[in-house]
Each structure stands twice: as C-alpha cells, then as structure tokens.
Design a protein around this ligand. Sequence first.
Ligand code: GDD
Ligand code: MN
Length: 377
Amino acid sequence: MNDAIQPRPVSPPQAAGLLQLSVIVPTFNERDNVTTLFRRLEAALAGTAFEVIFVDDNSPDGTWDVVRALAREDGRVRCIRRIGRRGLSGACIEGILASSAPCAAVIDADLQHDETQLSKMLALLQGGEFDLVVGSRYIEGGSADSFNRQRAGASALATEVAKRVLRVKIADPMSGFFMIRRDRFEQLAPQLSTQGFKILLDIVATARGNLRIKEIPYTFGSRLHGESKLDSMVALDFLGLVLAKLTHDVVSLRFLLFAMVGSIGLIVHFVALYAALEAFDWPFPEAQACGALSAMTSNFLLNNFLTYRDQRLKGLAILRGLLLFYLVCSVGLLANVGVAFSVYDQEPIWWLAGAAGALMGVVWNYAMSGLFVWRKR
Ligand code: GDD
Ligand code: MN
C-alpha cells in the first residue's frame, strides 16, 4: 500500500487499550460547566479510550483551577493554561497539537454541542471513509433554535459568504463542533490562523477540497451557565479570515486595520492642527507637534482596541505601550521623510515621493509595533 495516497487506518484495535480519541475543549470563564461536561463525556464515551484536553486562556473565574482538580482525580483529563493570549481558534489548534489520539474532536464547554454524537463521529472516522466529521445545524435533522434572530441572521450571512467567496461546500462551515483525523490536521496546522474563532471554516478552506467530509445533524442547545464570549467584533475576525484565505495569506487583516487606523490618524492630525492654530492661536511648530501627538495617541488607542484586540494592553502596560509607540512612530517618521526625500531626489514627482514615504512609514510602524509594543508574551 502506498502511504502517500492511502491514509493509514485510524482505528487501533480497542483491545490493545490504545488511545482512540482526544477531545479538545476551549474554555474561557466556564467554571460552572466543565465538571458537568466531563461527566457527560464519560457517559457518552464509555467503552472508548479517550482523553480530554481543556485549553483555558487564564479565565478570571479560575476555570483552570477546576480543571486541574478534575485532572488530579482522573488521568484522562489535562489542562493547558495559556497566559497573555486570547482566541478560540488558537486554543483549539494548541489543544489538538498537544493531544495524541489518531482522532481529535473539538467541543464547546457550555454544553451547547451534543456530546452524544461523538461516538458516531468517531465510528465514521474509523471507518476510513472520511477525514473530517462536522456536527451540522443546517442539514436535515439539525437545528439552532436557541439562536436569537440577530444571531441567526449573522450566522446565515457568514455561512453564505463562506460558501460563495471561499467555495466551501459544507452546510455549516461556522460550526464549532467537529472531529478530524490527526494526520490530516497536522498537515494543515501550519497554515491555520490562530486569530479569530472560525477554526472549522479555516480548516475546510485551507484544505481546498482535499478533505473527505461528512456532516451529521445535531441540535445546538442552550448554554448551561455563563454567557457567550462572541461579541460583535467577531465579524471583523471573520472578514480577516476570508481575506487571508482569498489572497493566500498575502494580505493580513492586522496590517489592513493598522493602515486604516493610520489614515484615521491623518484626519485626527489635521483636526488638531487646525484647532490649535485657529481656536487657540498657537504658533505653527507647537500646533504641528500637538497634531502629531494627538494622531499618535489616537492611533495607539485604536490599535489597542481593534488591531490588537486579542493582545490588548491593560492597566499600566497601556502607558508603557503608548511611550514605546511614540518612539516607534518617531523613528517611522524619520524613515518616511528619508525615503520620500531620496525618491524626490531621483524623480521630482511630489505625490510619488510622498506616497513612497508614507508606505515606508506605515510598514515600519507596523513591523516595529508588532515587535515592541504588542509583542507576543
Ligand atoms: N480558550 C479560549 N479562549 N476559549 C474560548 C475563547 C477564548 O478566547 N472564547 C470562547 N471560548 C470558549 C468558550 O468558553 C466555549 O467553551 C467555547 O469556546 C464557545 O464559546 P461561546 O462563547 O460559548 O460561543 P458561542 O456559543 O456563542 O458560539 C459557539 O458555537 C457556534 C456554533 O457551533 C462557537 O463554537 C462558535 O464558533 C460556533 O459557530
Ligand atoms: Mn456557547
């Protein structure tokens, strides 16, 4: 048998007691749900050799602490506590990569997904006919009745965009409930985005038709305790993912947002400059400095709120970040002027030189901000 063409079977003989399934549970403030979920997994997967990996982003409610207690009692449970990072997709990727069974499932902690489907999903993968089994709300027999109208509309719109723009063929690419063969996942993992929350869509879009997918219906239930973490900003993440997949990862949403914030900064600069000159009668150099400072400050705040929302600086770190941002931008301005000058020297076309300088400035500021201001901890 040729290994490259024919994937190896994923069903080790159960008698050998080999691990069959890894269940990955991303958590953020799910303290009251994790124990119930684990008990239900135990019941649903009786007879299956499985492990459960909770990936917690340092939940303020101490979810990780509850998971640790579970793990001390039962060796099948593990806890990954991530500090200084947020994001559903990244948590799922990290969890799957930290697990070991030939099949990995992702399931929410809040019991909205139907854990009783897991055995069926596993059997489908073990049959060797499929690489990915998706719990689907939008096929015959499935439903998402617990959604309010706004959420249902948003979900339907995102699904439509995914199908048309990314040519994703499944009915519910926005589902957060699925099971995948480890070998196929490991192949795709380097190209997946850790930002955002649409990991299934990312997997399917990245595979570009090369996954054998089966959808099975399930009913999206109501949350047991706590509340949803998905806010209106997830629309932005979704857009970013579509853009990245469309351009083969050439255009990143982060850079686009950074550049957009920079353009807003230009407006802020002019408004502040005008106000200082006209309303306060400041001399030009002081007024210009005031414009620049206002623009840099508002750029910093907007970037912290939008562009780097997953790594948002809080408390004192904001002040430190702001000072660093001033520094980065000041050097960026020198680079901007320098490049514009040398272009103008070659070819005295003012707008070309200006644009070259501005491009240099934004690329510099973006690169250096990522390195020094919002650096990954
Ligand atoms: N580690 C980590 N980090 N976990 C997170 C984060 C995060 O930043 N944000 C959310 N989670 C966890 C939650 O604790 C929960 O277990 C799960 O991810 C889903 O989050 P919810 O906040 O409950 O999302 P939802 O119910 O609105 O939407 C879910 O279901 C949809 C339909 O299947 C998500 O799974 C969506 O991706 C999915 O489209
Ligand atoms: Mn939920």
